[in-house]
Design a protein around this ligand. Structure first.
Ligand code: NAI
Ligand code: MG
Length: 343
């Protein structure tokens, strides 16, 4: 038997709760395969905030940080809270407070014959850049600070170089060091240092605007794309479009330097999708594939491969939610995937 893994479930808002519901039976399946899990459902999200005024209380944050091993996250965001305060205080607090610097967003074809044949992963710095929430709104100007620190940039780039080495693929750094001389200048300095230390890896920097154009023209030559928080956010949503859109895109964030017990968070790339929330139309594939990434991170390779395989088989036999041009409900899609999990 494995060691006990304590997982905090945070479904959050909107379709986050709908896609999370489809994953719950998979947690029982993981236990049936000999993995020891303890699952806790946490209520934090818009509904809880509107009822209690609480976003993510400090005591709950500390309990997650010190008492859990991993987080499965849905999405946060609610039109009733237009400034997104609760989302910041929940999701950004977890990413920043747990120092989940590395956010990996893979982008691969999901069923046989899908085109283009693309196999890339975006490595996005997950805690800094312009998402550090520092700035000001004045009568005639507005300021958003972008903070880039050497330890976080180095951790992200080391992880990206390591992954490119393991996969035997190229690494492209997206940057705008031609104008963002300070912040992206720091990125370039550390990138060049790691490039010199890893002569076996084909690594180059590209201006992010030119990179976006090259990606749209042909994404197939790219292996790993590393980027800061802001560019990585944009590039990864673009890449999701190559393989079916936001409903199928997974992500995993982790803290390679292990500052706390809880050092990994799996979540689909998409948000709470208020335009379709509550209608049973959300695609749960991104959530399934994020759970697969978490399994792989925990060393459960056969379960990770089984989850990914089940998604491919369900899609190959024609199961499709509306975003993929079909009519399956969220629950039907989840069931179609789970039907392919080995017993
Ligand atoms: P979004 O990702 O929620 O939706 C963008 C488009 O993708 C919408 O048309 C939506 O219907 C579609 N979509 C998203 N997930 C889908 C799924 N599982 N299946 C099928 N279609 C799906 O992004 P948007 O609209 O920009 O933001 C909505 C809210 O979500 C905002 O409050 C935003 O701040 C929040 N958000 C939260 C994120 C998170 O929790 N990680 C990430 C991105 C946005
Ligand atoms: Mg995004």
């Amino acid at each position: 038997m494995d060691t006990l893994v304590r997982i905090a479930l945070l479904p959050g808002d909107g379709v986050g709760t709908e896609v999370m519901a489809e994953i719950l039976p998979c947690l029982d399946w993981l236990e049936s395969r000999g993995h020891r899990l303890e699952i806790y459902h946490l209520p934090f999200g818009a509904e809880h905030f509107l009822e209690t005024g609480e976003t993510l209380p400090e005591a709950a944050f500390e309990e997650i940080r010190d008492g859990f091993d991993a987080i499965l996250f849905g999405a946060v965001g609610d039109p009733r809270i237009p400034d997104g305060r609760h989302a910041e205080e929940i999701l950004l607090r977890l990413r920043q407070g747990l120092e989940l610097t590395v956010n990996c967003r893979p982008c691969r074809p999901l069923w046989p014959g899908s085109r283009p044949v693309i196999d890339l992963e975006v490595y996005r710095e997950n805690t800094e850049g312009p998402y550090c929430l520092q700035g000001s709104t004045e009568p005639d100007r507005a300021v958003d600070l972008a903070i880039h620190t050497e330890p976080a940039v180095r951790r992200l780039l080391q992880a990206a170089f390591h992954r490119a080495g393991t996969r035997g693929c190229s690494l492209t750094l997206a940057h705008k060091a031609n104008v963002l001389k300070h912040g992206h200048g720091l990125w370039m300095r550390i990138f060049e240092e790691l490039r010199a230390a890893n002569p076996g890896i084909v690594a180059r920097g590209m201006h992010a605007d030119a990179l976006l154009c090259a990606l749209v023209q042909d994404p197939t030559p790219f292996g790993i794309i590393a980027a800061d928080n802001y560019l990585g956010d944009l590039i990864s949503d673009l890449c999701a479009a190559f393989v079916g859109g936001l409903g199928v895109a997974p992500s995993l964030s982790w803290a390679p330097h292990l500052p706390y017990r809880c050092s990994v968070l799996a979540e689909p790339v998409h948000g709470s999708a208020p335009d379709i929330a509550g209608r049973g139309q959300a695609n749960p594939v991104g959530m399934f594939l994020s759970t697969a990434l978490l399994c792989r991170h925990l060393g459960w390779e056969s379960e990770a491969a089984a989850l990914e395989g089940a998604v491919s088989l369900a899609l190959a036999e024609g199961a499709r939610t509306r975003d993929l041009g079909g009519t399956s409900s969220t629950a039907a899609m989840g069931a179609a995937i789970r039907a392919h999990l080995p017993r």
